[in-house]
Write a protein of this length. Structure first.
Length: 383
């Protein structure tokens, strides 16, 4: 049985590390299962694989740039992530100055200089196209881009379609997963010696049949996945469908076919749109609070070029205009989300509206440079 032990060990090690990835920037991973709802939200550079074959995943990042009819800058506005990803140096270009744009090693380059991470929210070709447009049309196209990032209803529908079209794949995956788990426990816990020679011999005779069934389930899953892949319509620019050759050759990888088919399937979105579409109440509230907080109390910029400020102001107003009806539809009012916290000690005099830390000084700035707001005390009259 020792050769079985090493095969099983290799199998599960491959399964455990498959899908483990480190992204260029901190990424939101919304992980859901059959209900097409996100159960888990992780914000990290490490993207961990989900354990069960039922899981799908939607990865997205904050929008890494700001656009306006005047130009483009790499200052993120309305970030949901905490801490947000901020560039080491803020750059801004007027459209007339933009001559070339390209992507290398996951980074967007403008005029030969590294600009911002290539997150899929806008492509190099789209930026060049914007630069060539006349102003009224350019503004229309920028508004179109923003609208494309903020479509919760569309995301919800796509999640439902993904779950529906991969149901057959998941059934095969789940059966194979459970059978492999049973075989593994049987071998690794050395159950054969505890059963007695006669019964162990019977099971040893049937083990190849069970392994054959697992293999048949694997082949079936790959075939069904091939069909599902054709029926899952992808949206440009992320139109590349994931390959199935690698999971076909590597059965442990094929246990996550739903997550694999979900790659590049969702359009690049603002994390708040994903939370509104797929998150539970607390996810939606947290993401809405962070996003509105970043819009109202942005971190102090490290470069104050007039152009960067102009772009930021226009972009913030445009995002705000799109976000307001979405938040209203989700019954999330800014007034309620941003209510001052209850004082956490009798000495608390002020708080930071962005990070909610409390301070004993009546005014000043929090360590991130945000101006403190006074804590309104109710003078011991409990409500
Ligand atoms: Zn703060």
């Amino acid at each position: 049985m020792s050769e079985w032990t090493s095969v099983i060990a290799v199998y599960w090690v491959l399964w455990a590390v498959d899908g483990l990835k480190r992204a260029r920037v901190r990424t939101f991973s919304f992980v859901g299962n059959d209900s097409a709802r996100a159960r888990r939200l992780i914000y990290d550079r490490w993207m961990l694989p989900a354990a069960l074959p039922t899981s799908w995943r939607l990865n997205t990042t904050d929008v890494p740039l700001a656009l306006s009819p005047a130009g483009v800058s790499n200052q993120p506005i309305a970030s949901t992530g905490r801490p947000p990803e901020v560039p080491a140096r803020i750059q801004a270009w007027r459209w007339a100055e933009l001559r070339e744009a390209g992507v290398a090693r996951g980074w967007l380059y403008l005029n030969g200089q590294p600009f911002c991470p290539d997150t899929g929210h806008v492509t190099a070709a789209q930026l060049l196209a914007l630069a060539r447009l006349a102003e009224p049309e350019r503004e229309r196209q920028i508004q179109n881009l923003i609208r494309g990032w903020l479509r919760p209803v569309h995301l919800r529908r796509r999640a439902r379609v993904l779950v529906g079209r991969t149901a057959g794949v998941v059934s095969c995956n789940l059966a194979a997963f459970l059978l492999t788990l049973v075989i593994s426990v049987y071998v690794l816990a050395d159950i054969a010696t505890k059963l007695g020679e006669e019964r162990a011999a019977v099971i040893a005779g049937r083990l190849p049949i069970v392994v054959g069934v697992v293999f048949a389930l694997h082949v079936a899953a790959i075939i069904i996945a091939g069909r599902a892949r054709k029926r899952l319509r992808r949206v440009p620019p992320s139109s590349r469908a994931p390959g199935l050759l690698s999971p076909a050759m590597m059965p442990p990888q094929a246990l996550r076919l739903r997550a694999l088919l979900g790659e590049n399937y969702f359009p690049a979105s603002h994390p708040l749109a994903v939370a509104l579409a797929l998150g539970d109440r607390s996810m939606r509230e947290q993401c809405a609070f962070n996003t509105i907080g970043d819009l109202r109390w942005p971190l102090p910029a490290r470069a104050d070029s007039a152009l960067a400020q102009e772009i930021a102001a226009w972009f913030a107003a445009a995002l705000q205009a799109r976000l307001t009806p979405l938040l209203e539809a989700a019954q999330l009012s800014a007034g309620k989300l941003l209510q001052p916290p209850a004082p956490d000690s009798p000495a608390s005099r002020s708080y930071c509206p962005r990070c909610r830390s409390q301070f004993v000084t009546p005014s000043g700035r929090c360590p991130h440079g945000i101006e403190l707001a006074p804590l309104v005390r109710t003078d011991g009259s409990p409500r």
